[in-house]
Design a protein around this ligand. Structure first.
Ligand code: ATP
Ligand code: MG
Length: 866
């Protein structure tokens, strides 16, 4: 059976960043969590590997985005068939020259070694290399599914510069290029490290389309010369005027621009929007790195949409999602490139500043934190920072840079570990299901309380006979009313009670098909395996959740009604407090449109239509016009929920009639990235709460304003206006206050020769005021010196100002330094103006006097000298 490519983002597995191999969408089949549609499967899967991003450009055969051809056997054919068919496909179907091929196998895998060299005798012994775990053992996690693999390489022959030493495929000498990997999933690794053979073994193979094309088109090692990339490369050559193959640095840039613009185009088609976190961040990096290298090639900014269009044109025949997202691709690329254009300038400014700072501090290097921030936030590759810095004779503290980078990497490894835990959870219960036939019937569509029996009890990852008060447990019941998280709706909470004890359920998940696991804490007594139990869902939470779920369907239908079929659900969260609905749409909704959406949904609620659900074959459901989610995978039998104008594939729990929802209110509408909007809303009790809160705010505002609620807007407008008027009056008064004070000080100025001297203590005030006053006095004094002192919060301060013509005789800065000691303070400034703050307010008058006589003396002395 040929399966279509799954999207780059797997909806079933939100913990995985991107689909990175053909096997990934099939994981539920390998684990036995889902019934595989066939035992023999092939696919052409689009994949993305962020781990290879730094390789891109350096060589010609690592892309981040590529297409992986794979064949899979689920408990069916084994090594001999897989190798034979792979070899035949290469040499007979595709026309590879078998004498150029070599293979690797794991040191422990005699079986595969013998198949290559003896049983099938496809390769002589010297062309089959036996390598260790690092190269030929596949294990997605520390425990669970794993096995040896065998890889096929094209041998390009001895490489110049490698010398007489002939390398093997484990070395990075450029001689061998991997084209196909055959993974033999044959073990289950136990926590103690033991490898237990699996009863049902799987085959998982992966071959890069791009690598095959290189060899077949005679350009081994350079994907960019294949017909897969040539149209895009030609476009870049035309836009930049640089020829591919002309120089090392421009080649690097051309490859990066071509590869990243292709990957970015596919990201956008799969609904990802640039942002600063998670998947959106990777997209941002791709676009910015392409934009940066495009500029290095001399391309005129604004070229990204043209490259996206080229990718759509050449690849849409096999990837229809490109056709339907064509407009959004252009929009998002243009938008992000324009944003980068702005940060580019900021980043360069930041770097210039760092260079200046380093120079001022007589350092010869740029600090690593700055380099990392440039890399991380502004998308400046370290190579570029290094290059610009070296232009100013500086190096970069790369040790610190790498320390930061490593810290970031370990953060992302932590999130990879989460995937392993999720896989572990699934595998554990899939196994239990198989060995002990445990399963649970979901009763939650019909009832909220169910009599049942505990069929599995797990604490700390181990099966238990009993669990005592205080223990965190995972429970499986033979029948359960608890809804397991799915379709955006969160898992139910509630209680499970037996004769001897009670547990509070915090979350419910599906661990394997038909196995519903409740995570709970025993809060009373003890729970025992096989004990009869009463499972009761928290009714209030569930009813609120149901209202929000049915309302989500009405909202979805309304949006599509109003804005057309281009509106797609891009994510949803349904829980008790509110609902959150993300959808693809190119602009914000106007207040008017939001109100219309709200009106439409409420109209559907008031029509009080019955909500029906029916299980039917997928084809029939789709033919009846039921909405399916983009990128979601469905079983053959699906549940269709009909509520008023909406008809949607959904496994969630819903109200009986639309009227049960109560009032629907939109509380927020916002952008969560280019082309994706988010609406948040409340229903039922939540809506009542929302209205109450708003009313309460209004009542409090009215009380504070001392007006009836209806007059609040008017009263508030008046208040704001009055405040602004008062502010203006106050400023005028302050100005005239300074004027008046300056005038009175000037009137009292004493003459010292031809100059004037104002020295005064103005008492309580602040430095700002004193400065303003001193400026004013200085401006009116003609030629002279101003010495003003004041006190703020018990501390004294002094301001001294000297008109330009006198600075040769009286230097304000020197004068402040001379008297700062008197007020136990510290001062500074310039010859024309200086100030000091101190601690001893008691001696402020003395300080002013000291300044006064010093000034007199100098001015007099000056006159004498004249
Ligand atoms: P390599 O050692 O070349 O990085 P890999 O060991 O990472 O390859 P696998 O994980 O075994 O590769 O992936 C299966 C196949 O996918 C490879 O045999 C190769 O044909 C292809 N492939 C892997 N990585 C890339 C890439 N970055 N760009 C293009 N094709 C790739
Ligand atoms: Mg690799």
């Amino acid at each position: 059976m040929r399966l279509p490519s799954a999207p780059l983002v797997l909806k079933d597995d939100p913990s995985v960043l991107f689909t990175s191999a053909g096997m990934q969408p099939l994981v539920p089949y390998f684990l036995g969590r889902k019934q595989a549609p066939a035992k023999r499967i092939v696919s052409i899967q689009k994949v993305f590997r962020s781990t290879d991003i730094d390789e891109v450009g350096k060589d010609g055969y690592h892309q981040t985005f590529f297409e992986m051809l794979g064949n899979f056997g689920i408990g069916d054919y084994w090594k001999k068939e897989a190798i034979q068919w792979g070899w035949d496909f290469l040499t007979k179907e595709l026309g590879f020259d078998g004498s150029t091929l070599v293979a690797t196998v794991h040191t422990s895998d005699d079986e595969a070694y013998d198949i290559w060299t003896k049983t099938l005798a496809l390769l002589p012994a010297e062309k089959v290399f036996r390598l260790g775990d690092e190269f030929n053992f596949w294990a997605p996690g520390p425990t669970g599914l794993c096995g040896p693999d065998s890889e096929v390489f094209v041998d390009k022959g001895p490489q110049p510069g490698v010398g007489p030493h002939q390398c093997d495929p484990s070395e990075n000498c450029g001689r061998y290029i991997e084209i196909w990997n055959f993974v033999f999933q044959q073990y289950d690794r136990k926590p103690d490290g033991a490898l237990v053979p699996l009863p049902k073994k799987n085959i998982d193979t992966g071959a890069g389309l791009e690598r095959m094309a290189q060899v077949l088109q005679g350009v081994t090692g350079d994907t960019y010369r294949t017909d897969l990339f040539q149209p895009l490369v030609k476009k870049i050559e035309a836009l930049s005027g640089k020829a591919y193959g002309a120089a090392k640095d421009t080649d690097l840039s051309i490859r990066i621009v071509a590869e990243h613009s292709r990957a970015a185009t596919f990201f956008i088609a799969d609904g990802i929007a640039p942002s600063n976190e998670w998947r959106g961040y990777v997209l941002r990096r791709l676009i910015r790195r392409a934009a940066l290298h495009g500029r290095r090639l001399g391309m005129k900014p604004g070229f990204m949409p043209a490259l996206g269009a080229e990718v759509v044109k050449t690849m849409q025949k096999h990837h229809h999602e490109l056709t339907s997202s064509r407009d959004r691709i252009a929009e998002v690329l243009a938008d992000e490139e324009a944003k980068f254009e702005r940060t580019l300038a900021n980043g360069l400014a930041m770097l210039t500043e760092a260079i200046d700072r380093a120079k001022a501090e007589r350092q010869t290097f740029i600090d690593g934190d700055t380099a990392f921030r440039l890399y991380d936030t502004y998308g400046f590759p370290i190579e570029m920072t290094r290059e610009i810095a070296s232009g100013s004779g500086m190096t970069v503290d790369e040790a610190r840079f790498h320390e930061q980078l490593e810290a970031q990497r370990s953060r992302s490894r932590a999130s990879a570990k989460f995937t392993q835990d999720a896989m572990r959870f699934g595998q554990f219960y899939a196994m239990l299901k198989e060995t002990e036939a445990i399963k649970s019937e979901f009763r939650g569509y019909e009832e909220l309380a169910t009599d049942s029996t505990i069929v599995s009890l797990v604490a700390n990852g181990e099966r238990r006979e009993e669990a005592h008060e205080g223990t965190d447990v995972e429970l499986v019941l033979d029948r359960t009313p608890f809804y397991p998280e799915g379709g955006g709706q969160v898992g139910d909470r509630g209680t499970i009670t037996t004769d001897e004890g009670r547990a509070l359920v915090a979350d419910t998940q599906t661990a394997a098909p038909g196995v519903i696991v409740m995570s709970a804490k025993v809060v009373d007594g003890v729970l025992r395996l096989r004990a009869p139990a009463k499972a009761v869902v928290d009714e209030e939470l569930r009813r609120d959740t149901m209202r929000n779920h049915t309302a989500t369907h009405l909202l979805h239908a309304t949006l599509r009604n109003m804005f057309g079929e281009d509106v797609h659900q891009a994510g949803s969260l349904v829980h008790a407090p509110n609902l959150r609905f993300d959808f693809t749409f190119g602009r914000g909704l106007t207040p008017d449109e939001l109100q219309r959406v709200e009106d439409e949904v409420n109209r559907a609620i008031l029509a009080n239509a019955d909500v029906h659900s029916r299980v039917m074959p997928l084809q029939e459901a789709l033919a009846s016009g039921a909405m399916a989610l983009f990128g979601e995978k469905y079983d053959d039998q699906v549940r269709v929920v009909e509520a008023g104008p909406s008809r949607e594939l959904c496994g969630g729990t819903h109200c009986h009639c639309t009227g049960d929802i109560g009032l629907f209110l939109i509380t927020k509408e916002e952008s969560i990235g280019a082309g994706v909007r988010r609406i948040e809303a409340v229903t039922g009790v939540g809506a009542l709460r929302e209205v109450r809160d708003t009313r309460e705010h209004l009542v409090r505002a009215a009380a504070a304003l001392r007006v009836p609620a209806a007059r609040v807007p008017e009263a508030l407008a008046q208040l704001v206006e009055a405040r602004e008027r008062l502010q203006r009056e106050l400023e005028t008064l302050q100005r005239s206050g300074v004027e008046a004070a300056a005038a009175s000080l000037l009137a009292k100025a004493e003459a010292v020769g031809t100059a004037k001297l104002v020295a005064a203590n103005i008492g309580e005030g602040d430095v700002q005021q004193l400065r303003a006053l001193s400026d004013r006095v200085k401006a009116g004094i003609g030629s002279g010196v101003v010495v003003l002192g004041g006190v703020r919060g018990g501390d004294p301060f002094l301001v001294i100002a000297v008109t330009k013509d006198l600075v040769a005789m009286v230097d304000a800065h020197k004068l402040v330094k001379q008297i700062e000691g008197i007020i136990a303070g510290k001062g500074g400034g310039r010859p024309e103006s200086a100030s000091a703050g101190g601690k001893d307010a008691g001696r402020l008058a003395e300080a002013i006097e000291a300044a006064r006589s010093a000034v007199r003396e100098r001015l007099n002395g000056g006159r004498d000298r004249n």
